[in-house]
Design a protein. Structure first.
Lengths: 770, 235, 88, 88
């Protein structure tokens, strides 16, 4: 076969190569590989497959260091989603995915299509999606850029909600932080979880020479061409101009695809199925072939298109949503069409599997692409960059809390608490998750608002728990510790809910890896994550890397979001953070410390980001989690909540006001010989507030003592709408719990509701209101 | 007793309805396909929640024209019991089988939470298992649940005892604050003048299991079953 | 003949129009002067082949009655223009 | 002077329009012949007081840029007509 450039294709120049994000060395590699100059179309193919997004150029060597194996891991990294065994013949597929750059450009569609993509990754494994979580980062909701942030937040939340709600998958949890470092470059990570019988697991391979390859779902348009390379470049003024046609989500078609795909997979008429995600047809077809060790031969003119005059280049790279690539068994096309037809979907046979190992694209018979498949997928050069910490950060870390002078207002010990409860990063996220249908499919035992979401597994006494966590400020101040803590907190949140942590999907959101200071953050954070995942026995089954997250002010906080899934053996073990009955005993697990570094208190009260991230001892953490899970399983624990942003005082408040309409009072006393700020608001790790009945208190304390975990009785739960009271050596906080609740629940609504942006969003017009 | 749940393209609570009917009533329950003309001899019909055809025009408008809706209408005209929940309610209004219309929530936002409902009357076939004035805790999850109709229509509806559920406070008071979507007169659920077609925005099928926080939806299924047993359906 | 049908669907007078209300408030919030009543409706454009403009008209009205407008809450009007026979 | 502003917002050419697609399918299923492309947009009517028609025009465009239309995904046009001075 000879490859003929198409008439009208631009000549391959150094500029063109550079515009495609390929270095001269990489281009040389391509020349050697082909033994000739690539066609324009081939150049596009390489640029997509060798982009950061598909090729993991700068992260692969680091990712290889992560633990990925355990007896319960059925599918590790490399597939559309990871899969773990959750017992009784059931398996859970889950994966997290970022849509940061699309959301920065068009928050509503960017977030919506992010959810769509991750759902497809899960159901193409044969699993029915049962839950979605989302991990979000925005700039500040107060101050100069608040207008822009409101616009992004409102659009992203509506995009996630409208999509998930329409498809009918409950959005059950997530996390959100507001910090100036994310201004102009918000983070939108979506995690999907699916359920299947073990034997229903299917992987996306193109096997069986001669098997037909079918394009299913929406017609291909010019949407998001080069989204993959777009996602691998910094956001600049130009990128606004270079912006491809925005991808628009069509959740209705997604719902049809979901039902049809599951039917197809169960039908046995197909051998493989994959989402046409980033780099659309190119990545899906090449990756399926590579996994099958086969080749593909595709006639591009057969691909159904939405617009006239689309070139092979455009069709191959289009990122039109709600499309799938299906490899059917030879001679079963009609059966496949019948199933799809029932769901009002079309399928076109666009090519077939070959044994040449080559990736071949034809246009009306003429070969426009012929590339050896294996190197195209796995031959992307990977780099281990040099990392060097930015000295500014080394210095920040050395800041010593004892230099801190209290503010005037802190004369009133309650002032800082109210300031923190009104801080959007800490405050209730109800404004957000009330826009998400969290109860559809009737499996949601614990929805948004507790440490982790809990979903029952019908037909068993089991349930699964899921959470996403990452404090980017910790990672910024100390990437290694930050990585450890992200994993430890996720596991702690699962344990607090009664679950045994099982596996991780991670989303590495970082800046430009070519900057030594950023690469340092990346490699150190991954080192921490790997270590914590090993000690806590939660292997990484997949994830996503999003680099070049920068704005004119520099890189975002390094944000390796950890999505974690755990298993609850018996539904009776499900535990939440909400205090139970009046008179229950409140017990603190773990040790209070003198740490203030990287705390929300420093930022919200003193406007400072400084100090070292809190110290963490994984062995202590492991002991704590093991003992807590035992206590929960033995039925002694009525509520459990770990301390996180805002420290002990905020955590205690969250337990008291978890039931918004009937907050309960609480009175505790802390004898620690520590200054009020670190004692009340420091973010020392490995601490959990639990409550139990007065009668069980001694047994609970004995249990933890026996397990070598520090535990002490600190107070009792009060009456509904009673007082919220914390007594320390130096300060007393004593306020009506309803006041606490009001501040906590109004913080975000009072910043969002009734503003023009609210309306723009409602109109789906999404316009930036300055 | 045989219960049917209609699946339209984009229905997503059909499974929940099916499960609820199965588990609460232990009744034979079957899915019915929007494109079919066959009700498989069911005694009662559920039009479930979801986003039929994406609700891309008006919620429920396209589904209300599905082939099976002819049979549904005939079934109702013959006295058959039809329950439309959320999107199902919207479809019934769009089909003209219930008065009024459901428009965008006053807040313009999708609203997903547990609300309180006041039972306006305890009558067969849908609410005999409840007390008048009983307060139920039931989830809502909708963006277009604001019930409206011309005033005279509303007066007529009230006069006929067509209002079955109203949004209320935990203690049963009917207040503006308790109205999650701006519905006229806090209306959450209505029946037709024939008293055999019910439409409601809240999701009783999501409130049939202690584990998920409420069992207040069970009464609706029980009432329906009692009625069917007492007077086997004509269809 | 190829016709371009434009259908405008608006909330009926006196019927609650939350979107209109919200836009009204927002525009005033943004400091726009002289804003009175605002109504938000739907605009539907259809490429329609028909024998004559009357037929196109008639068919478009039928579409509105059957699907495009809700008789309980909305009013509509139909405009049909002949399409220039230039290739797309 | 009282003006009646009518703003029509439609999905930008070439961008996916799921609403239009759904309506197109529905109309065809209902047996309407000759239905080609369908697009669904927004119609916004505003009663606006302004010194002149130019001012009304200019203000309406500003409203679109700031609130009513999405420059990334939508096109819009503005029509202003003088209002008969009859009381509402
Ligand atoms: N973007 C979001 N979407 C849905 N739920 C959210 C979101 N952000 C936070 N939540 C919910 O709010 C609660 C508190 O979140 P967070 O403070 O991150 O908990 P934790 O500190 O225990 O990880 C959690 O139940 C979480 O699921
Ligand atoms: Mg927590």
């Amino acid at each position: 076969m000879s490859v003929t450039p198409r008439p009208g294709d631009p000549a391959i120049t150094a500029e063109l190569v550079e515009d495609h994000g390929l270095s001269t060395d990489e281009y040389q590699l391509i020349l050697d590989l082909l033994g000739r100059e690539p066609t324009y179309t081939e150049l596009g193919v390489f640029s997509a497959m060798w982009s950061e997004h598909c090729g993991y150029k700068n992260s692969k060597p680091l990712l290889r260091t992560l633990p990925t194996k355990a007896p319960w891991v059925l599918q590790g990294p490399g597939e559309n989603a990871g899969v773990i065994d959750v017992g009784e013949g059931l398996a859970v597929a889950f994966k997290i995915e970022s849509h940061n750059h699309p959301s920065a450009v068009e928050p509503y569609q960017g977030a919506a299509t992010g959810v769509g993509g991750i759902l497809r990754d899960v159901f193409t494994m044969g699993a029915r999606p049962i839950a979605v979580l989302n991990s979000l980062r925005f700039g500040e909701l107060d101050g100069p850029s608040a207008g822009r942030v409101r616009y992004l937040l409102a659009g992203v939340v509506k995009g996630i909600g409208d999509y998930g709600n329409c498809v009918g998958i409950p959005t059950v949890g997530g996390e959100i932080y507001f910090d100036a470092s994310y201004e102009g470059n918000p983070l939108v990570n979506a995690m999907a979880i699916g359920l299947m019988k073990r034997e229903e697991l299917i992987t996306a391979v193109a096997e069986g020479v001669g098997n037909p390859i079918m394009a299913v779902g929406s017609k291909t348009g010019r949407d998001g061409i080069h989204g993959a390379t777009f996602a691998s470049a910094e956001l600049t003024e130009e990128s606004e101009a270079k912006r491809p046609m925005v991808q628009v989500g069509d959740p209705f078609t997604e719902k049809l695809l979901l039902e049809a795909s599951l039917e197809l997979i169960r039908s046995g008429h197909i051998v493989g199925i994959q989402d046409m995600g980033a780099a659309g047809l190119v990545s899906s077809s090449t990756e399926m072939a590579a996994r099958g060790g086969t080749g593909v031969d595709i006639e591009i003119s057969k691909v159904p298109v939405r617009e006239p005059g689309m070139t092979p280049y455009e069709i191959l790279l289009s990122e039109t949503q709600e499309r799938m690539l299906v490899v059917a068994k030879e001679g079963r096309e009609e059966e496949v069409r019948a199933i799809l037809g029932r769901w009002e979907l079309d399928a076109e046979t666009i090519g077939h599997v070959t044994d040449t190992g080559n990736y071949v694209i034809r246009e009306n018979g003429a070969v426009v692409v012929e590339i050896p498949g294996e190197p195209l997928v796995d031959g992307c050069p990977t780099y281990t960059r040099e990392g060097r910490e930015n000295p500014r950060i080394t210095e920040l870390r050395s800041w010593n809390p004892s230099e801190l002078r209290p503010r005037e207002e802190e004369q009133d010990p309650a002032w800082a608490l109210f300031t923190l409860l009104d801080d959007p990063t800490i405050a209730s996220k109800r404004w957000i998750h009330e826009q998400y249908d969290s109860t559809v499919r009737t499996n949601t035992v614990v929805g948004p608002g507790s440490d982790a979401a809990v979903l029952r597994l019908r037909g068993t006494r089991r349930a699964i728990a899921a959470t996403t966590d990452c404090n980017g400020r910790y990672v910024y101040l100390n990437p290694y510790r930050g990585g450890l803590i992200a994993v430890a907190e996720a596991a702690r949140n699962l344990v607090c809910s009664g679950a045994l942590p099982r596996a991780v999907t991670d989303n590495l959101n970082f800046g430009n890896p070519l900057k030594p200071e950023v690469y340092h953050q990346l490699s150190e954070a991954v080192r921490g994550i790997g270590e914590a995942c090993t000690v806590l026995e939660t292997p990484v089954t997949g994830g996503n890397v999003s680099l070049y997250n920068e704005n004119p002010a520099g890189a975002i906080y390094p944000t390796p979001t950890i999505g974690m899934v755990g298993v609850i053996e018996d539904i009776d073990h499900v535990t939440t953070l909400a205090f139970g009955e009046e008179g229950d005993t409140v017990i603190l697990l773990g040790r209070n410390t003198d740490e203030l570094g990287g705390s929300e208190y420093l930022k919200a009260v003193h406007g400072m980001v400084a100090g070292d991230a809190p110290a963490i001892d994984l062995q202590e953490e492991r002991k704590l989690q093991g003992a807590l899970l035992e206590a929960i399983r033995s039925g002694l624990i009525r509520s459990a909540h770990d301390t996180a942003e805002g420290g002990f005082a905020v955590a205690l408040a969250e337990c008291a006001i978890a039931r918004a309409d009937s907050p309960v009072g609480v009175e505790v006393e802390l004898e620690d010989d520590l200054p009020p700020a670190p004692l009340l608001y420091g973010e020392g790790q490995s601490r959990v507030i639990v409550s139990c009945s007065e009668a069980d208190a001694d047994r609970v304390l004995a249990h933890f003592a026996a397990s070598g975990v520090e535990a002490r009785r600190i107070g009792r739960v009060g009456e509904v709408k009673g007082r919220f009271r914390i007594v320390t050596r130096e300060a007393v906080i004593d306020v009506p719990v309803e006041a606490i609740a009001r501040t906590y629940y109004d913080a975000i609504p009072r910043r969002m509701d009734g503003r023009p942006i609210d309306v723009a969003t409602a109109l789906d017009s999404e316009v930036f209101v300055p | 007793m045989k219960i049917g749940v209609v699946t339209f393209p984009g229905s997503n609570c059909d499974y929940d309805c099916y499960k609820a009917a199965r588990e609460v009533l232990e009744a034979e329950t079957v899915y019915l396909w929007h494109g079919d003309h066959d009700l498989k001899g069911v005694d009662a019909l559920f039009l479930p929640g979801g986003f039929s055809y994406g609700d891309y025009l008006r919620a429920g408008s396209i589904a209300s024209l599905s082939p099976i809706m002819n049979e549904v209408r005939a079934f109702a005209d013959a006295g058959g019991l039809v329950v439309g929940i959320c999107n199902g309610f919207q479809i019934l209004c769009e089909a003209g089988m219930l008065p009024g219309a459901l428009i965008r929530n006053r807040s313009l936002k999708f609203s997903s939470k547990v609300v309180h409902l006041r039972v306006q009357q305890s009558v067969a076939p849908f609410t005999s298992a409840y007390e008048v004035g009983q307060v139920l805790r039931v989830p809502i999850a909708h963006g277009e649940g604001c019930y409206i109709a011309p005033d005279e229509e509303l007066d007529l509806l009230e006069a006929e005892g067509g209002v079955i559920f109203r949004y209320c406070e935990a203690d049963g008071r009917i207040t503006e604050a308790a109205n999650p979507n701006g519905s006229a007169r806090n209306i959450a659920g209505i029946i037709n003048s024939g008293r055999n077609v019910l439409g409601m925005m809240p999701h009783p099928e999501r409130a049939v299991d202690e584990l998920l926080g409420s069992v207040d939806g069970i009464g609706l299924f029980r009432s329906l079953a009692e009625h069917l047993v007492a007077s086997p359906s004509s269809s | 003949m190829a016709y371009q049908v434009e259908i405008r669907v608006v909330p009926r007078q006196g019927i609650l129009d939350p979107q209109g209300k919200a836009v009204e408030g927002a525009l005033t919030n943004l400091g726009f002067a002289g804003v009175g009543e605002v109504h938000v409706g739907r605009l539907i454009r259809i490429d329609l082949d028909a024998a004559s403009i009357e037929e196109a008209q008639e068919r478009a009205h039928k579409m509105c009655r059957q699907l495009l407008a809700n008789p309980v809450t909305e009013d509509y009007d139909v405009q049909v223009i002949e399409q220039a026979e230039t290739a797309p």
